[in-house]
Write a protein that binds this ligand. Structure first.
Ligand SMILES: [Zn+2]
Length: 420
């Protein structure tokens, strides 16, 4: 288990933000404080007033007063829901992430408690406030003024998926690494966990001539296991070794318990559009990189027993609280690219790219993780090929080469190892 602060945020992360915050707090003492304004004026159709600042942050109480917002804190004191005329959002203590309408937004810094009040980074005014007031907002830092639009003018789209990758790599960079660790020789991979998708009652996708995803992915995983053990001499653990069902949480738990260096989930795809074929590789993000990836995540999550709708909100929240995978997003993105590159280079099939989606199966993994779709069994031609030993061997070989690429990247120090 990762040790957590009382806010449920991994300690290392809290420490990183605390470090950042102490740097920011040190700035006024260095003489900049004289130039910092105390107030921000705001105005818009039918509304005007001012907001109090706390250092370089905006005071939440003054926001609530100015815009008639209501708030409720949960019992643990680690998150706060704020409701306004336009909608609601959730703040998380010590975290730069805000959740609104099922989407995350990354603020420039964490929400902090200052002298009994909560203070928010200034970009909350343009990234969070519009959701609450329903008004568009433009902030002019030079003039310390906030221009608000009419009621109903707000648009909210959440953060770019890449924001979270940047957020994650920022945290890693700032994490404290003991000096003796820095002097350690770079180490390659020693344990890899492969996750053949589905199994038992979960058959996964089905081809027109009866090919089942669960059988296909187990066969490829077994081939890959042999390749890795012989070629790289690493320990390989499969999350299932025959045709039985394994729960989503168990799959990542197997990887975590084995202290795996990599987790790769192997699936095959299907769609109503039979002409579609090829490979795609996913890594976890809270927001899908495109509509298709979003639909795909919904479908794959449902097939694996995660329901949609209200549960999806709960799921998003679960991701937030178990941010295990978040701190490996940069490495996971690298891994996914290596997998996709090798498949496209070696195996006949279209390049459908590296994508990001909120995939339930990757969420709890405390190591770099990716999910690869080794083909569409809904495409009659690819279904035939996928059933061939030689084609399966080519796929396994390509995945092996990708993992070897990653291994060499670690040895050369080009890929940073996680410190989890
Ligand atoms: Zn699947």
């Amino acid at each position: 288990m990762k040790r957590r602060s009382r806010y449920g945020i991994p300690r290392a992360r809290t420490a990183a933000w605390a470090l950042l915050a102490s740097v920011l707090l040190a700035l006024p003492a260095a003489g900049i404080s004289a130039d910092l304004p105390q107030m921000i004026r705001f105005s818009g159709p039918g509304i005007a007033g001012s907001l109090r600042l706390a250092g370089d942050m905006v005071d939440l109480a003054s926001l609530m007063e100015a815009f008639g917002l209501r708030s409720s804190m949960d019992l643990m004191g680690d998150r706060m829901d704020i409701v306004g005329e336009g909608g609601s959002c959730r703040l998380l203590m010590d975290s730069p992430l805000i959740l609104s309408r099922g989407l995350f937004t990354v603020l420039s810094g964490p929400v902090r408690s200052m002298g009994g009040n909560l203070a928010l980074p200034l970009d909350f005014l343009t990234k969070g406030l519009p959701t609450l007031t329903g008004r568009d907002a433009r902030f002019d830092p030079g003039a310390s003024s906030l221009a608000l639009g009419e009621k109903g003018s707000a648009s909210f789209k959440g953060s770019d998926p890449d924001d979270l990758v940047r957020y994650a790599s920022f945290i890693r960079r700032d994490q404290y690494v003991p000096e003796e660790k820095l002097r350690e020789e770079p180490k390659g991979l020693s344990v890899v966990v492969l996750d053949p998708g589905h199994g038992g009652r979960s058959i996964g996708a089905q081809g027109s001539t009866g090919t089942l995803e669960k059988d296909l992915v187990l066969s490829v995983s077994e081939k890959l296991k042999r390749e890795l053990e012989e070629g790289l001499g690493v320990k390989v653990v499969l999350t299932r070794t025959a045709d039985y069902y394994v729960g989503l949480k168990e799959r990542t738990a197997i990887a975590n318990n084995n202290r795996a260096d990599l987790f790769i989930s192997i699936h095959a795809n299907a769609t109503f559009r039979r002409e579609i074929e090829g490979f795609e590789t996913y890594y976890l993000n809270f927001r899908s990189s495109d509509k298709e990836a979003g639909r795909y995540a919904e479908m794959e999550n449902r097939a694996l027993g995660v329901k949609g709708g209200a549960d999806e909100e709960a799921l998003l929240e679960a991701i937030l609280w178990d941010m295990a995978q978040t701190s490996f997003l940069a490495q996971s993105s690298e891994l996914a690219s290596m997998v996709q590159d090798r498949l496209v280079k070696n195996v006949r099939g279209s390049d459908r790219g590296v994508r990001q989606a909120p995939l339930a199966v990757l969420m709890g993994a405390r190591m770099p993780a990716a999910l690869v779709e080794i083909g569409f069994i809904s495409n009659p031609e690819q279904e035939v090929r996928l059933n061939r030993e030689s084609y399966q061997a080519q796929i396994a070989r390509s995945l092996y080469e990708a993992i070897e690429d990653y291994h060499r990247g670690l040895l050369r120090g080009e890929i940073k190892r996680g410190t989890d």
